[in-house]
Ligand binder design. Structure first.
Ligand code: ZN
Ligand code: ZN
Length: 467
């Protein structure tokens, strides 16, 4: 049973007197905790694995219709050569897909709880606790409450640095002052430059009121261009500090990039997403096979779809469709559907892997962009002024690094490195479900452009050779 030891929100944020904002915050927490309680119970093992049976059923049915009906019909109709010519490559693709499917279903994604000891909840440094409260006030007054969930999840979108003016973070008692820190549950391997970095604290942004702006009418924006409205507020919550990686359900400090899956009821290494089709999570250890499976399924379903459709279409043309098999029509529809599904899935995952992102992290980037868009619109940039927004994003990226590369705390440094971390070094293993990923799901080197606890830094504060 997972430990329900979360302190009530009023304790967590030490609200002394009832304020409007405090009341709203508390109501928000109560609603969320109620929501969470509903989603707290992991799905039954049998229910989770049911989809595997369904998926295998669809595969077997497809096999029966293609080999047992379509090809037999061709051979019986005196088109033996064509039947065999289709059946042989189809069998190879079928075996490839089944093999990849079995591999991704039987390979566990990696469970964080197997590697990390249970510990009591690490505490926030006092300064951070206050920053949290200040930030919530900001977001509530500014109507940007979406950040609240991010703060809780320890993802992008912590308190804005504008609101911790004059305060620097007290070192966390659990974290030794000097590197290498060992608060990942595993030893941190990277040594960050000791350049006496202190967060730069610019003045707070103007309140988000709508006003006419002369900005956004042509010239290329530069990072120092005062006409670019502020829109990017990188988190200062130090996402890599243990309090931000604490899983209250498992009572562990999650390794970097691990997340809790509520359906499985456990913390998954380099959690990507929970995939109902395979009845388990996609994580550090099986992400590779997931991509192998997506590729195999895409090619298999495209082949099945194209061959069945072309033969049935020509039958309709020549004989008016009197010998069209309805079961083949069902498989044409299924194959078409899965070809579309796996192609978009494959493209999206390939992109994310090349950018050293998981689905969770990629969503964080998308939400950051949405907030930036909203901030720009609040500053008077018309929502249809795509060019102006693009220039603003370029200016932000110039200042902080693109959130997909330099500004991504887990960027492996190159697309190739990101790819090999998931897919391994062997080219054959990129296609067939063999081999293993390079990454073990436990050790990740934070991007040295970030500070030791994962806070974004400006380009001017990066190590000189990386600017
Ligand atoms: Zn957990
Ligand atoms: Zn799961």
């Amino acid at each position: 049973m997972s430990a329900r030891n979360a302190a009530p929100p009023s304790d967590k944020f030490a609200l002394d007197k009832p304020t409007l904002c405090g009341t709203i915050t508390e109501a928000r927490y109560t609603a969320r905790e109620r929501r969470e309680a509903r989603a707290e119970t992991p799905q039954l093992w049998v229910v989770r694995k049911l989809m595997v049976v369904v998926t295998l059923g669809i595969m077997v049915y497809t096999g029966y219709v293609y080999a047992g009906r379509f090809v037999v019909r061709l051979i019986d109709g005196g088109r033996r050569g064509e039947g065999i010519g289709l059946l042989v490559p189809w069998c190879f693709l079928y075996v490839w897909m089944l093999w990849a499917y079995v591999k991704v279903v039987i390979t566990p994604p990696g469970t964080a709880n197997d590697y990390v000891e249970k510990t009591p909840q690490p505490l926030f440094p006092r300064a951070q606790l206050e920053a949290h409260q200040a930030d919530q006030d900001l977001y509530l007054y500014g109507g940007r409450s979406a950040a609240l969930e991010d703060i809780e999840a320890g993802r992008i979108g912590g308190p804005a640095y504008e609101h911790i003016q004059g305060s620097t973070f007290a070192p966390h008692p659990d974290v030794p002052a000097g590197p290498p820190a060992a608060h990942n549950g595993v030893t941190r391997e990277i040594q960050l430059p000791e350049n006496g970095y202190k967060p730069a604290l610019p003045p707070p942004p103007p309140p988000p009121t709508r006003r006419k702006s002369s900005w956004g009418s042509g010239k290329k924006a530069e990072s120092s261009d005062k006409r670019v409205p502020r829109g990017r507020f990188p988190p200062t919550t130090a996402p890599l500090l243990p309090p931000h990686r604490w899983c209250k359900r498992c009572s562990i400090v999650k390794p970097y990039r691990a997340h809790h899956c509520r359906i499985c009821g456990t913390c998954i290494l380099k959690f990507d997403h929970h995939c109902p089709w395979i009845g388990q999570c996609v994580g550090a250890r099986n992400h590779k096979f997931f991509l192998n499976f997506a590729l195999a399924t895409f090619i298999f379903t495209t082949f099945t779809f194209a061959s069945l459709l072309s033969f049935n279409a020509s039958s309709v043309m020549t004989r008016g469709g009197e010998d069209v098999d309805p079961q083949e029509v069902v498989v044409i529809a299924l194959a078409g559907l899965f070809a579309l599904f796996t192609s978009s899935l494959g493209v999206a995952h390939t992109r994310m892997v090349l950018l050293s992102q998981t689905t969770v992290e990629s969503l964080g980037v998308q939400r950051m962009r949405e907030r930036e868009r909203a901030a720009l619109e609040a500053a008077g940039v018309a929502c249809w002024n795509v060019g102006a927004k693009r220039r603003a994003f370029e200016a932000y990226d110039e200042e902080w690094g693109s959130p997909n590369t330099e500004g991504n705390v887990w960027w492996a440094g190159s697309a190739r490195a990101g790819w090999e971390d998931v897919m391994g070094k062997s080219v054959l293993g990129w296609v067939l479900p063999i081999g293993a990923p390079l990454g073990d799901g436990l050790h990740y080197q934070p991007n040295p452009r970030f500070d030791a606890d994962g806070r974004s830094r400006r380009r001017s504060e990066w190590p000189v050779e990386l600017r």
